[in-house]
Structures are given as structure tokens and as C-alpha cells.
Ligand binder design. Structure first.
Ligand code: TXA
Ligand code: MG
Length: 313
């Protein structure tokens, strides 16, 4: 039986015992285990049903703690200083003698690190004093959960506890940057946009499509709902569920959810996964999605939508 509660002491206690706990971050819920323990990390892969060649992100309380485990060059320092705590994940070379479980690097010489900004996440990291390995708290191939009830729907009976912190404000997973290479590469777009990043790091580049072998979790179909998806829909059929955006919504859908009536991209990102789950739960034949502008946060939203729409592997 998985406990759903706000009891942070209990959550920290479970983690110290090597058990698994889902917890809120500003982006999406994570499924945490002690990153120093092979057993705990293996447990995460098992609970998610995740292929073990897909590496996990390690969450730490601050940049100082991250420096214990990975090599920081000038670019990494710059990015960490500007965006931590916050929705940025840095892929860096593991330091020699790095005590993090080898399993979470899935055979790579790098490790992905992130300092979450969420208050509860910070408190949990502080109370455990441990680095926490935590992928998104969904079963492999499913949509990331943005509230505690969605986590329960995904992982009930597979983990010890879900720490309930309400809805995640950002709603889309962190921006992942491989800073172990020069120029640094954006492996996954997120709420920290390309423009913001390239103002700070002039030569930063977007990893070309297909180069995703270095981040195996980023293969085409990763956020797949059960229903098929039709993107850039400007009209809708009556057996389709519609994911709308903005004020100009085509009428006649079987069911409609609007990401943001005022066409606000932050609001849309925060609603994206929850509404996709709701639409996926209807008896519609297909999910139609209105066009989202490919600018700012829209880039990350479209990235997740394309993955949701890709044929399943
Ligand atoms: O916002 C987030 O990043 C959330 C919250 C919980 O922090 N976490 C998350 O984790 O989205 P996950 O495991 O679902 O996605 C992590 C991504 C995966 O696509 C994985 O392949 C990539 O980061 N990754 C992890 N370690 C890597 C490494 N050493 N090299 C390249 N990519 C890596
Ligand atoms: Mg994930």
C-alpha cells in the first residue's frame, strides 16, 4: 500500500531506509531513491518499468553538493549560478571516485544533476541529506505526473509513499543541457528557453534530431497517451477530444479542455500533462490538438506534443 500524505518526516525516513518516495518539484513529480544506493536505484527502474539503459537525474540541495560528484567547467558554473535552484538539468562528467550509483548513469561516464527550486523538494533534500535519484514519477512511456493523484494512478503499490505538494507550477520537465561537451547541447527543451540560454552561453546548440542516443530517454515516443493524436488541428470531428489553446476554439468536439483561453504559454505548460490525461481517459476516438506557437515555452510544449503523437515503439 502506498501512503499519500504531506508528512515530510515520514518521506525522509522512508528514503533513509532505502525505500522509494515520489515528491513534488516545480516541474513534475519525481520518483526518488537514495542515489548512493544501487539497490534503491534498481528499485526505481523496476517501479517505473524503465529500461536500465536510460539514465536518471540526481537531485541535490545546492551546487556545492553537485560539485562533489561532477566536473564543473566555466560554462557549467555559469549555468548553475544563473539557473539553480530551478528547472535546469546539467549533464556533466562524473568526478573520479564519484560515489553516486553507477546504475543511474546507465553505462555513461556522465551524470545528470539538478537543484530543484520547489520548497518541499528542498526540505526533503535537506532532511535526508542525500542526493536523490529521481526520474519523473510515471511508468515508463507514460505522461509525467503534475499532481499527487496522478502519481498514485501510476505507481500505487509500487512505492512506499507519495509526498503531496499539490500541483507543479511549471508542468513540463526541466531543460536538459549536456555541458560535458563543447559546445554545450540542449538535449531536451524546457521552460528555460533557447533565447535565455544563448544570451548566457553564446555557442550553445540544440542537439540535432536523431543524436538522442546520448540521452536514450529522449527517443521519439516517450510521453505517449493511449489514444492516437492529431496535431495542429484547426477543425475538429465529433468523435475527437480537443486540446484547445486560445480563444478561437473550433466547436463540435466530443470533449474539450483548453490549455489557456488567454493563449498564455506558461499556463498552457502547467496544464499540459494533466489535461492530456483527462482527454486520454475519455471514450473519444482520437485526441486533436490545436496549434501552439513555436516560440518561448511553446518550443518545449510542442516537443512533448510531438513525442506524445509519435508512433509507439
Ligand atoms: O524536471 C525534470 O527533469 C523531472 C523532475 C522530477 O526533476 N525529471 C525528469 O527525469 O524528467 P526523467 O528521468 O524522466 O528524464 C531525464 C532525462 C531522460 O531523458 C534521460 O535520458 C536524460 O535526462 N539523462 C539523464 N542522465 C543523462 C546522462 N548522463 N546523459 C544524457 N542524458 C541523460
Ligand atoms: Mg520522464
Amino acid at each position: 500500500m502506498t501512503i499519500l500524505s504531506k508528512d515530510i518526516e515520514q518521506a525522509a525516513q522512508f528514503l533513509k531506509e532505502g525505500k522509494l518516495v515520489a515528491f513534488p518539484t516545480e516541474t513534475v513529480y519525481g520518483l526518488a531513491g537514495n542515489a548512493l544506493s544501487d539497490n534503491a536505484v534498481a528499485g526505481i527502474y523496476a517501479a517505473k518499468g524503465r529500461p536500465s539503459f536510460n539514465p536518471l537525474i540526481v537531485h541535490v540541495a545546492n551546487a556545492g553538493m553537485a560539485r562533489q560528484y561532477a566536473e564543473f567547467d566555466d560554462t557549467a558554473n555559469l549555468l548553475a549560478k544563473r539557473f539553480w535552484p530551478g528547472p535546469l538539468t546539467l549533464v556533466l562528467k562524473r568526478k573520479e571516485g564519484c560515489k553516486l550509483s553507477m546504475l543511474l548513469s546507465a553505462g555513461l561516464e556522465t551524470v545528470a544533476l539538478r537543484v530543484p527550486a520547489d520548497d518541499l523538494a528542498q526540505e526533503l533534500l535537506e532532511k535526508t541529506g542525500m542526493p536523490l535519484a529521481a526520474p519523473s514519477a510515471n511508468r515508463s512511456g507514460h505522461i509525467s505526473p503534475t499532481d499527487a493523484q496522478q502519481v498514485m494512478a501510476e505507481l500505487d503499490n509500487r512505492i512506499a509513499m507519495v509526498l503531496d505538494g499539490g500541483r507543479c507550477p511549471v508542468g513540463i520537465e526541466s531543460t536538459v543541457i549536456d555541458a560535458s561537451v563543447n559546445p554545450p547541447l540542449i538535449l531536451r527543451p524546457g521552460s528555460i528557453t533557447f533565447d535565455e540560454l544563448s544570451r548566457l552561453v553564446k555557442n550553445i546548440a540544440v542537439a540535432p534530431e536523431g543524436s538522442k542516443v546520448i540521452a536514450p530517454g529522449m527517443n521519439a515516443s516517450h510521453y505517449a497517451p493511449n489514444h492516437t493524436m492529431r496535431l495542429n488541428a484547426t477543425s475538429v470531428e465529433q468523435d475527437e477530444a480537443l486540446l484547445a489553446f486560445g480563444g478561437n476554439v473550433p466547436q463540435g468536439a466530443f470533449f474539450t479542455e483548453n490549455l489557456s483561453e488567454s493563449a498564455n504559454l506558461e499556463e498552457a505548460a502547467a496544464n499540459l500533462f494533466r489535461m492530456l490525461r483527462i482527454l486520454d481517459g475519455t471514450k473519444a476516438k482520437r485526441i486533436a490538438v490545436m496549434p501552439i506557437p513555436e516560440e518561448g515555452l511553446g518550443v518545449a510544449i510542442n516537443d512533448r506534443l510531438k513525442k506524445a503523437a509519435a508512433p509507439k515503439e
